[in-house]
Ligand binder design. Structure first.
Ligand code: NI
Length: 569
């Protein structure tokens, strides 16, 4: 007996002393906490309520009804993403004590389905409709049951002032307040009360957070209606938010960078792409150091989709700089980074011959340019027969000689310092300009009848010259369409008209054996045949002429050089 009394005394002392242990040293002990809860929604005013909560830095708990959650799932998702707690208030709001265990299970599971869509797989606290529960409800719920200590009766009065007054009068440190976000008056009254209670030092937290900070471990099948302050107030958990920005450690290596990625947020997943697209959960998943040879986008995503959000970082991998290049006395001189090259047309690798001195060559040299931390760059250098260095033509291309001749004779100039643009479509403006150069024409007069040829344009003089001399008639009376690609048959017609103008005698039309002869426009047929019989044009393979295809600069160069030779003969 005596022994039992002593034990009891020790127990009482312990119970009394414990709260002081927690309360004394922490500043957090002075914090007043309240969990404000909204049932039966989401409704028409929930978005407005969320705006108000956000503006006040307040968190709440929403016990959703399944049918409402289904209809306004985006609002439920927003509740989750803004740090509020969502809970289960059944699917159809029945009095659960009147249902069988199976009926209760259906009501809770169907609502849960929508909560999972918004907040992921987790335990959702249950608020039984009308606060009505029994032992069957408790065991089937398999979650903490949440009741309330402040009943605002907002559904009954539908008056913002009454809602406000009821909250202000009854709320204490640790209250769970019952409201409904179906009514505008509830939203207005609640927001006003939040503003004023915050001034009194209240912090608005979710039910889960209220229980946690009061040192209560919420257990499934137990009910909670408040968490008053008995001296325990744990500090706030770090505010949930997006994961930390990935931290990148990159080491320059040949061809790119060796990259290690870390994220300070525990459990965050890291994804990346190297094609410029936004990394998603189906992109490459980072699992350890990677070597990247192109610009890479890296995103972190928090593992629990609950708080959403993601952060991104980019690793820039740029190509190795272009080397300086010049060609003189049969030698190609390169300056710049580490380089390897081939002269047999094969793709150079780091095992190819290293560039150390000017390369004696009359043909194409292919070069691999490498720099640590940069992606590899492949270059092609081809000197023409006249020593002009080109980077987009190879000595094995069918137009290699024609391009070299056309640049050398000034028939068709390059497009840049070392570019010819062989596959580029020739516009009608470009073609007449080239033709005027071939003719050595005076192009100072720029007046034409074409409404789409402005006098200030670089091709205006050539178009005026061609129109005045009957070389072009335009696409119509008023349009020349200078920016449009010239077709192969249009090119033939203009060239023949130029031949007539220049007094060059061309052979008669005759026939050709093009498989697609029928596709040649009637107005172009004679001129195509005349050029064919002069040996100036050939087919495109398989005996086709492809009259309506756009002419490329390479084709144009070939035709101009052949024509120039024909005139010379
Ligand atoms: Ni309800």
């Amino acid at each position: 007996m005596k022994r039992e009394i002593i034990t009891l005394c020790i127990l009482v002392m312990l119970l009394v002393s414990v709260p002081f242990c927690f309360a004394a040293p922490t500043k957090a002990a002075t914090t007043k906490l309240v969990a404000i809860t909204f049932d039966d929604g989401p409704g028409a005013y929930t978005a407005e309520l969320l705006d108000g909560l956000k503006a006040r830095g307040a968190h709440a708990t929403f016990f959703c009804v399944g049918t409402q959650a289904k209809a306004r799932l985006s609002i439920v998702k927003r509740e989750v993403s803004e740090g509020h707690q969502i809970g289960n208030h059944t699917t159809n709001h029945p009095q659960l004590t009147k249902l069988s265990a199976a009926g209760i299970r259906d009501e809770l599971n169907n609502c849960r389905k929508y909560l999972v869509q918004a907040g992921g797989e987790q335990t959702y606290y249950v608020r039984p409709p009308y606060g009505s529960y029994n032992s069957t409800v408790k065991s089937v719920a398999n979650a903490p049951l949440i009741l309330w200590s402040v009943d605002t009766l907002d559904w009954k009065y539908r008056n913002a002032d009454t809602v406000y007054n009821n909250i202000m009068r009854e709320t204490k440190d640790g209250s769970i307040v019952l409201l409904h976000d179906l009514y505008k008056t509830s939203v207005q009254g609640a927001l006003r009360a939040i503003t004023d209670l915050k001034k009194q030092g209240y912090e608005f937290v979710t039910v889960k957070e209220l229980l946690r900070r009061r040192g209560i471990q919420a257990q499934n099948g137990y009910n909670y209606s408040s968490a008053y302050n008995y001296g325990i107030t744990l500090p706030a958990e770090e505010a949930p938010g997006p994961p930390a920005t990935p931290t990148i450690t990159a080491v320059d290596v040949w061809g790119g960078k060796s990259v290690s990625v870390a994220c300070a947020t525990k459990g965050a997943a890291i994804y990346y792409t190297t094609d410029g697209s936004v990394p998603t959960a189906s992109s490459n998943k980072y699992g350890g150091a990677i070597t990247v040879t192109a610009t890479t986008r890296i995103r972190t995503k928090s593992k629990a989709e609950l708080w959403g959000g993601e952060k991104e970082a980019t690793i820039w991998v740029l190509p190795a700089p272009m080397p300086g290049a010049s060609y003189q006395d049969g030698k190609l001189t390169l300056t710049g980074e580490t380089m390897y090259y081939t002269t047999d047309g094969t793709t150079p690798t780091a095992k190819s011959k290293a560039y150390t001195a000017p390369i004696a060559t009359t043909g194409t040299v292919r070069v691999l340019v490498r720099k640590k931390g940069a992606s590899d760059r492949l270059m092609t250098y081809t000197p023409t027969k006249y020593g002009k260095l080109l980077t987009d033509v190879r000595d094995t291309d069918w137009y290699y000689d024609a391009v070299g001749e056309s640049i050398h004779r000034g028939l068709l100039a390059g497009m840049g310092e070392t570019e010819f643009g062989p596959e580029t479509t020739v516009t009608r403006g470009m073609f007449v300009t080239a033709l005027s150069r071939l003719a050595g024409a005076d192009t100072t007069q720029t007046q034409t009848d074409f409404t789409d040829v402005k006098k200030s344009k670089w091709y205006a003089g050539a178009v005026a010259w061609a129109a005045q001399n009957g070389i072009t008639k335009g696409m119509s009376e008023t349009k020349f369409e200078p920016e449009r690609g010239i077709t192969r048959e249009q090119m033939c017609v203009m060239l023949c008209r130029y031949a007539d103008f220049a007094g060059v005698t061309m052979p008669d039309a005759g026939t050709a054996e093009f498989a697609d002869e029928a596709e040649i426009s009637k107005w172009a047929r004679t001129d195509v045949m005349r050029l064919y019989h002069a040996g100036l044009i050939s087919g495109m393979g398989k005996h086709k002429f492809a009259p309506r295809d756009n002419a490329t600069r390479a084709q144009c160069a070939k035709l101009f050089v052949s024509f120039d030779n024909f005139i010379a003969e």
